[in-house]
Write a protein that binds this ligand. Sequence first.
Ligand SMILES: Cc1cc2nc3c(=O)[nH]c(=O)nc-3n(C[C@H](O)[C@H](O)[C@H](O)COP(=O)(O)OP(=O)(O)OC[C@H]3O[C@@H](n4cnc5c(N)ncnc54)[C@H](O)[C@@H]3O)c2cc1C
Length: 328
Amino acid sequence: MSIQCLVYAECKDGRLRRVALEALGAARRIAEDGAVHALVAGADSAALAEAAAEFAACGADVVHVVDDPALRSGAPEAVQAAIAAAIEAAAPDVVLLGHTALGREVAPRVAAAIGAGHAADVTAIEHSSDGGIVFARPLYAGKAVERLRIVPGAPWVVSVRPNNLPPAETQPGGAPGAVKALPYRAPKLWTTVHSVVRRTTGAVDLAEADVIVSGGRGVRSANGFAPLQQLASVLGGAVGASRGACDAGYCDYALQIGQTGKVVTPQLYIACGISGAIQHLAGMSGSRVIVAVNKDADAPIFGVADYGIIGDLFEIVPLLTDEFRRML
Ligand SMILES: Cc1cc2nc3c(=O)[nH]c(=O)nc-3n(C[C@H](O)[C@H](O)[C@H](O)COP(=O)(O)OP(=O)(O)OC[C@H]3O[C@@H](n4cnc5c(N)ncnc54)[C@H](O)[C@@H]3O)c2cc1C
């Protein structure tokens, strides 16, 4: 079967986001014999060239590059116009992009503009025996999974949840795909970004982190997050939080994980002083391995944890940090 795919290769701070490579990996599997096109769009020529080369080396047959000042701020309408130009050039059956803040804004716009179906927040993709493709996406805060079967013939726009699908990797010995400049007419921009203020406690992006150390109301204060930050830093991970901790003012809402916060799926999630309310579980229960540290043996978090440590987080977390420091 041959399905044409187009992947929007989202960059952040001049570097490809890992979810872009995950979308490329998905496109390669969907396409089978079909071509995989990609779009790299921005306003920093050197960064674009690097991202395009990486995508071309990782399995994209053609990488279209749009280099235009209108894309400097990442305004959704500018990105949408770049994707529209790439759709015109590649005529894809399926357009894939990351289910990031930008992807969530752009994907429905693109789908509406081209009259395509839209599968959002996809966590698994497989071929069906009748030649269709099945996209799985969690619903109702993870309590149900919707499986959308599409048959090639009408276009689809698919956003993939970060950290769920295997990323494309460099093809050893394979010839890299072609890189081409794509003509682009900047649309009228309705928004102007004057500055970007990042609210984060670490260098690792929470949405794409392999390891997350999360704190709840049990950390008791903003300073109580310090041992969690040390553990996260030893493990090369990010710090997250429950809404309880955010509401108490111990940390910024940018760290909130859960139904009304970020949905994360790291390899390792360490929940410290978090009770495990259903709204928190909605954001982290897809994590590969869950470790809970809580002094209440009956805390609901132990119901989803692979490993549970009953004890005071202010004793346990430094012990874990020392032990990992010795091991790593
Ligand atoms: C509409 C709605 C949306 C919501 N969305 C979210 C969301 O997105 N994310 C979210 O997290 N919540 C969300 N909530 C809130 C959620 O219901 C809980 O109130 C919240 O998750 C509780 O946070 P917590 O576990 O940190 O606090 P608590 O429930 O107060 O738990 C604190 C835990 O810390 C333990 N503890 C205390 N001291 C220590 C110590 N020294 N060592 C070890 N353990 C200790 C306690 O035993 C307890 O289990 C939402 C609620 C509603 C109604």
